[in-house]
Design a protein around this ligand. Structure first.
Ligand code: CTP
Ligand code: CA
Length: 239
């Protein structure tokens, strides 16, 4: 049984978690989407709640349904990146930590067809022009830096495969620097790794500033913590 004298580590803290994928509509019946299952984000929500935090979950499109264990968690459903962006901005200033586990679409169709796109008889095919979505994580970091508002802890995720010439860990290190977040959870993805699976392999990378802060509080910084196991175990390590 838990020792009643030991307080849960995140008691009194509020953690905002984004999970799942986004869908960018093309016409009333079609969208561009990704293969995020939402499993890692849900595991994070459970782990944060178990650690005593008040959890707010911004839930994109998932192929798992949040179970009864998520009772007590405020869930904000979103579909598009624009909605996710709005929801994060609305909540970001009142939370202690933001964990961006959602798979956010980098692009959306520049034009939405109000009626279903039809095949033409003349043999020409439609061309979909894309435009960039806002980078929610980078924007949250910039707001904190420039206006001093927003979550004290900002955590990003990065799924990388690497290629013939680049090690995925190196890409993740560069992404941590580019994004400017405090922690970046690097996910090694491959053929059967990560998407839709219950097991995962992660490495938690900390920014220089976060390492210094950890050192200043006297807690043992654990740079580059690696976890190979279930998404729940990975989530507990992140929390
Ligand atoms: N992210 C975000 N807004 C976006 C894209 C990504 O907030 N428009 C967040 C993700 O939720 C994740 C982190 O940024 O926590 C890294 O996402 P990733 O797709 O790996 O980074 P990108 O900068 O989009 O780089 P890439 O070109 O490799 O996709
Ligand atoms: Ca991306």
């Amino acid at each position: 049984a838990p020792d009643p004298n030991i307080q849960p580590p995140l008691l009194g803290k509020t953690v905002l978690i984004t999970a799942g994928g986004t869908r960018e509509p093309l016409d009333p019946v079609r969208y561009l989407g990704n293969r995020s299952s939402g499993r890692q984000g849900l595991a994070l929500a459970r782990a944060a709640q178990a650690a005593g935090a008040e959890v707010k979950l911004i839930a994109g499109v998932m192929d798992v349904q949040p179970g009864p264990e998520l009772r007590g968690i405020e869930v904000v459903p979103v579909e598009t990146t624009e909605q996710l962006h709005g929801a994060v901005l609305r909540e970001a200033d009142t939370v202690d930590a933001l964990i961006m586990a959602a798979a956010v679409a980098d692009f959306r169709p520049a034009d939405y067809a109000a009626t279903k796109i039809k095949k033409s008889d003349d043999g020409t095919n439609p061309v979909i022009t894309l435009e960039r979505n806002p980078d929610i994580l980078a924007e949250t970091v910039t707001r904190r830096k420039e206006q001093g508002i927003g979550p004290g802890v900002i955590v990003g995720f990065a799924a990388e495969t690497g290629d013939e010439s680049t090690d995925p860990l190196q890409l993740a290190q560069q992404k941590l620097q580019r994004k400017g977040c405090d922690l970046l959870v690097f996910n090694r993805v491959g053929e059967n790794l990560v998407f839709g699976q219950d097991t995962t392999e992660i490495q938690i990378l900390a920014s220089e500033a976060a390492k210094e802060q950890l050192a200043a509080t006297g807690s043992e910084p654990e740079p580059g913590v690696r976890v190979r196991g279930t998404k729940q175990q990975a989530a507990e390590a992140v929390i």
